[in-house]
Design a binder for this molecule. Structure first.
Ligand SMILES: [Zn+2]
Ligand SMILES: [Zn+2]
Length: 202
């Protein structure tokens, strides 16, 4: 993948403290990184991670059926950490035309700045400004939680009209037949002499 350095990928989540790991154990979906060391590192230092994370349930309206996979890079900047990466997952949802559920592969990019919530020199909390999103703050334990940012970017990557195939033929508005798998019966009913007789009786 272009743009990434070749430093070996580091473990994530497991590197977080006991408290956050116990949260993972009660099936709260989290994608967390301990960035304590990175925050102490020189500007320009980066860490790369290979993700393979179960994010089922990260959004209550989304049926996520594939793990979140991809590479992300955490870069120490002068005022925080820049997270970039390209991620992939799969979401099960109904086709807009034929209404059948199908699995949509979703690829999306991340590019988010995270700012420390605790001042390095004073240990005091840095207030969140009006323009800043609380989702992009590291917490007092130096844990960078990517979960909400992943959820938001995943939602933005979904198409307005998901189609099981660009060639999906959809449902016949007359007889409701799924034209991908069965013939429309509208024409044949009109042409069927037995039905024509019935129609005259009505
Ligand atoms: Zn379809
Ligand atoms: Zn029809």
């Amino acid at each position: 993948m272009a743009g990434f350095d070749t430093t070996p990928a580091l473990p994530y989540n497991a590197a977080c403290d006991e408290r956050s790991r116990s949260l993972v154990a009660v099936s709260v979906v989290t994608v967390k990184f301990n960035v304590g060391q990175l925050l102490k590192s020189a500007v320009g230092t980066s860490q790369q991670y290979d993700l393979n994370e179960d994010i089922v349930g990260v959004d209550q309206d989304l049926q996520i059926v594939e793990p979140l996979v991809g590479k992300i890079r955490l870069l120490r900047t002068s005022d925080g950490i820049l997270v970039t990466g390209r991620l992939h997952t799969g979401v099960r949802l109904p086709c807009r035309r034929c209404l059948r559920p199908f699995t949509l592969p979703v690829d999306f990019d991340l590019e988010e700045n995270f700012y420390p919530s605790v001042d390095k020199s004073t240990g005091g909390a840095i207030p969140i400004g009006d323009a800043e999103d609380a989702a992009t703050r590291t917490d007092g334990h130096r844990i960078l939680d990517l979960t909400e940012v992943v959820r938001q970017n995943l939602l933005l990557a979904l198409p307005m009209s998901p189609l099981c195939s660009p060639l999906c033929r959809g449902l016949c508005p007359g007889c409701g037949a799924d034209l991908n798998t069965e013939p429309c019966t509208c024409q044949s009913e009109e042409g069927d002499p037995r039905l024509a007789v019935l129609r005259q009786l009505l």
